[in-house]
Structure formats: C-alpha cells, structure tokens
Design a protein around this ligand. Structure first.
Ligand SMILES: [Fe+2]
Ligand SMILES: [Fe+2]
Length: 195
C-alpha cells in the first residue's frame, strides 16, 4: 500500500491535526505487533482517520450520505450523528479514502468510521484506532499517558480500551453534552470484556 503522508496535506491544513494524524499512524504501526494486528493496516487507519475532519458540516453529512449509498457498512444512529455532524467525520474520512484514494479495505474504512464514538462488536483494528486516537504520544493530557501505560507497558488491550470509553464519557458528562448511545454500548461491552 502506498504511503499517504503527502496526500493528506491536501485535506488536513491545520498543522497540529496533521501532526496528530501522522503520530497516530506511526504509534499504531509501532505497537501493532503486540496485539497481532497488521502493521500496515494499522498505520493507514491511524494516518487517515481524520482526513475528512476539516470539511464543513454540510460536506461531512453529504460524504456520509454518499458512503451510506454504497451499502458497505450500516452507520448506526445516523439521525443523532447528523445533529452532531462532528461524529460523522470518520464516515466522511472513509468516503474520501474510497473516492479519492481508492482504498477498498473494509477493515480500514470501518476503523475510521468507528473512531468517533466507538461501539459494539468492533474489529480489533477499529478498537485499536479508537483508543490510539486518544493516547497517541502527542496527546498531552494525563489520561492519555495512563491509557498508553495500560496498552504498551502493561500490554493490556482490554483495559486500555475500557478506560478510553471511561475517560471519553466522563469528559462528555463534564461538558453536559448529548452522548451517542453507541458510546454507552461500547462502554458496557468493554466493561464486560474486563470482567
Ligand atoms: Fe477524529
Ligand atoms: Fe484523531
């Protein structure tokens, strides 16, 4: 697979976001072997997960609608996500990957789609993208460092996965914003995996 590091500069203009994308890709690639995840897919999923993030609300929703028409993967809670279009930027990213980059690997596409909310029955790559987005090395908040410790030092994937939901949901509660049911479902499933 080709390296999309130059191509993403056409889509991601914000320097911090560009650095975050590259850092997520490299972080995922570096630690993939610990959990028997394909290194190349991990790199691409991490690098491209936010490629649609800088588009306008309307563009994000339109790309998500285009993706829906392909019948590759059902986007759950679509009307909720339309109201909070930020949550659809992973779907917009997947549509750009297909349309502009010719990526057809559904594992990578679905990992991008699910990185905003998490959810249930996710593939290992999708879970890995969700938590790495939160804890890649450029994230400088203390919770990110804790998740990194669970993942890389303790090699406890399920613990890192659960605490990502735990911190994300806590943050949303603090902000007093609506929470997508998919995140709550993901939290419950991740907790069961720990028991
Ligand atoms: Fe994102
Ligand atoms: Fe991200």
């Amino acid at each position: 697979m080709q390296d999309y590091k130059e191509i993403i500069k056409n889509y991601i203009k914000d320097k911090k976001r560009l650095k975050h994308s590259i850092s997520t890709g490299l972080y995922m690639q570096k630690n993939a072997k610990l959990f028997e995840i394909d290194e190349e897919k991990a790199y691409i999923a991490g690098l491209l997960h936010d490629i649609g993030k800088e588009l306008s609300k309307e563009e994000i929703i339109n790309l998500a609608l285009d993706f829906e028409k392909r019948n590759i993967y059902e986007i759950k809670h679509f009307s909720f996500k339309k109201r909070h279009s930020f949550l659809l930027h992973g779907v917009a990213s997947a549509e750009i990957m297909i349309r502009d980059l010719g990526i057809t690997d559904t594992d990578i596409l679905i990992a991008s789609i699910c990185h905003t909310t998490g959810g249930i029955n996710l593939s290992l790559l999708a879970k890995y993208t969700f938590l790495s987005d939160f804890c890649e090395p450029l994230r400088d908040f203390k919770e990110a460092k804790i998740i990194h410790k669970y993942l890389v030092k303790e090699k406890n994937f399920n613990k890192a996965y659960f605490y990502t939901y735990n911190y994300v949901i806590r943050h949303l509660l603090k902000r007093e914003v609506e929470i997508c049911v998919e995140s709550i479902d993901g939290y419950n499933e991740a907790l069961r995996l720990l028991m």
